[in-house]
Design a protein around this ligand. Structure first.
Ligand code: FES
Length: 87
């Protein structure tokens, strides 16, 4: 087991062109807002990544450490995503 403080769970938001068209940058900002709102900034961190090869399901958010994949995500899903990751 790693030291939790140094092992923040990464929420990766695809900002490839297809996902960007589906507002993924806004999704990333909303995710950051909710991480702060829930006081989870020591536990998780939002990162942007290149195309995840799931463009048909844009926008795509993945959390490899939790085996979670969110497809067709929308900015309004950010709260739900952060909650799911924190469980
Ligand atoms: S652009 Fe996001 S999965 Fe391809």
């Amino acid at each position: 087991m790693g030291d939790q403080k140094h092992d923040k769970v990464k929420i990766k938001v695809c900002v490839g062109s297809h996902c960007k068209d589906k507002k993924s940058k806004k999704i990333a900002r909303r995710l950051e807002d909710w991480v702060l709102a829930f006081g989870l900034e020591d536990k998780m961190r939002v990162t942007r990544c290149d195309c995840l090869k799931r463009c048909k399901e844009a926008a795509v958010v993945v959390v490899p450490a939790r085996d979670l994949v969110f497809e067709k995500a929308k900015p309004g899903d950010a709260e739900k995503i952060v909650k799911a990751v924190s469980e």
